[in-house]
Design a protein around this ligand. Structure first.
Ligand code: 5RP
Length: 257
């Protein structure tokens, strides 16, 4: 088994990548500048956008602009980045309540419900972000959608034990029927299972990506059905959790609450 691979929707032209990176940096920095104050407990998301929020927090701690911050990372990758930046880290075991959490998303619908988990960190992200007074989502405008589902596969984290059985169960729930369920493979940076080894999350679990042709009609209902399926650890539907979304687009930055 290999560590979990990141799903990607991005074009590969270096010019386009640079532009998207700039947008990600803008929202990552703005989230820290606007929502993080000295003395706070901060949740650190995972992914290429959250990376910039972590970077900004590190800069502001190093310069002394922010003080007495402790942070909780949502993945091993983010933990390593935070450690390099000397951001003091704690865990949910000692700090069950966070002032703010900042993270990216794979899709954002008009009600600010999210699909997350493209980077495979959905369980720790949800555990941390659900404990935050404010959950700030940072995205570029390509992540906005009218309905969750068809634009990005929905990740579901499952236990390795009898995973083919669990995959069949979650592909045949009343709300998921008709989706294509694909076990995430390791070397893939696309939506296709083109790696040789099953991807393994930071928690030692597998991920099934549910591909939908139509928008998900009732995300909270699907969330409940997935969560009630024995063998499912958690899923990438984040419903009713978002405080604000900071969106970077061609017209500048907007905030939706
Ligand atoms: C990781 C996530 C990420 O927040 C999501 O995949 C967005 O990542 P990026 O900012 O790289 O597009 O949910 O599990």
């Amino acid at each position: 088994p290999v560590k979990v691979a990141q799903q990607s929707r991005f074009a590969t032209s270096s010019m386009l990548m640079a532009t998207q990176d700039e947008l990600k940096q803008q929202v990552g920095y703005k989230a820290v500048d606007d929502y993080v104050k000295s003395g706070m407990v901060v949740g650190l998301g995972t992914g290429s956008t959250a990376y910039f929020a972590v970077e900004r927090l590190g800069q502001k701690l190093a310069s002394g602009e922010l003080k007495d911050i402790v942070a909780i990372p949502t993945s091993v990758r983010t933990k390593e980045q935070a450690e390099e930046l000397k951001i003091p880290l704690v865990t949910l075991d000692t700090h069950s309540k966070l002032d703010v959490a900042i993270d990216g998303a794979d899709e954002v619908d008009p009600d600010l419900n999210l699909v997350k988990g493209g980077g495979g960190a959905l369980l720790r992200e949800k555990m941390v972000e659900v404990c935050a007074d404010k959950f700030i989502v940072i995205v570029d405008e390509s992540k906005l959608c009218d309905g969750l589902g068809p634009g990005f596969p929905l990740p579901v984290e499952i236990t390795p034990f009898c995973h083919e059985h669990t995959l069949r169960l979650i592909a045949n729930l009343p709300t998921t029927k008709g989706c294509e369920a694909i076990l995430r493979m390791g070397s893939s940076s696309t939506n296709k299972p083109d790696g040789d080894e099953i991807a393994v999350t930071d928690n030692g679990n597998y991920i099934v990506d549910l591909h939908f042709k139509e928008p998900i009609k009732d995300a909270p209902k699907m969330a409940m059905e997935l969560k009630n399926t024995v063998g499912v650890v958690d899923h990438g539907l984040f419903c009713g959790m978002t405080t604000a979304v900071i969106i970077a687009g061609s017209d500048g930055i907007t905030v939706k609450e």
